[in-house]
Design a protein around this ligand. Structure first.
Ligand code: SME
Length: 203
């Protein structure tokens, strides 16, 4: 099957839980532990974005309810650089950097330093929990990369450490042109996407 066909959604799928189960199956086939995480995250953002747009019962192609952005912001020390020095052990760069995504251009970094963190991505990252925003205009500190966005969901990517703590690697962020674009079924589906990524990616 051509890679692009993995984002097709069979017509018989008509519930969100069946939709997410389908996307998880497609993603497991696409992810490859031998690839750099940049490649795995790139295909993940494309698969999720285009699958949602191919599921018109809840999302697109009706512009009024379409998902308009799906992608990743990554903790700067984990970001691949050619010869620079940041490492997870040297958290001097307290910001999230724009990673692989689908959608229009977006802000390239988000401050997560204590006292300066602001926005949905920063909150999900700092508090290490999913943030589901039904109306972005009512969310204090929301960063509007696209004035058309009405709702948003951000899922943190957390690595589990041997001592029971977690280390945040970044976040998965989705925007929607409709109010109440995402619900708890989407939250569960996206949190499972992050579990699959964590199983595959060597950050
Ligand atoms: N709205 C986000 C910023 C990222 S864009 O949605 C792509 C926030 O408040 O953190």
């Amino acid at each position: 099957m051509p890679h692009a066909d993995s984002s097709l959604v069979p017509e018989e799928i008509d519930t969100k839980s069946a939709f997410w189960e389908h996307v998880h199956t497609q993603l497991e086939a696409l992810l490859d532990p031998d690839l750099n995480w940049v490649s795995n995250l790139s295909n993940t953002s494309s698969l999720v974005y285009h699958s949602l747009l191919a599921f018109p019962k809840f999302f697109g192609p009706d512009d009024s309810k379409a998902v308009n952005w799906c992608g990743f912001y990554l903790n700067a020390p984990y970001f691949p650089t050619s010869k620079s020095t940041p490492t997870p052990a040297a958290p001097a760069h307290q910001k999230l950097l724009l990673g692989p995504f689908c959608g229009k251009p977006a802000c390239q970094f988000i401050n997560v330093a204590p006292g300066k963190a602001r926005g949905v991505c920063a909150d999900a990252f700092v508090h290490r929990q999913t943030v589901l925003v039904k109306d972005v205009e009512a969310y204090p500190g929301h960063i509007a990369c696209d004035g058309s966005t009405k709702s948003e969901i951000v899922v943190p990517i957390l690595i589990s450490n041997a001592d029971g703590t977690t280390t945040p690697v970044g976040v998965l962020d989705l925007d929607c042109l409709a109010l109440n674009g995402f619900d708890e079924d989407d939250q569960a589906g996206l949190e499972k996407i992050v579990v699959l990524l964590n199983k595959t990616c060597k950050w």
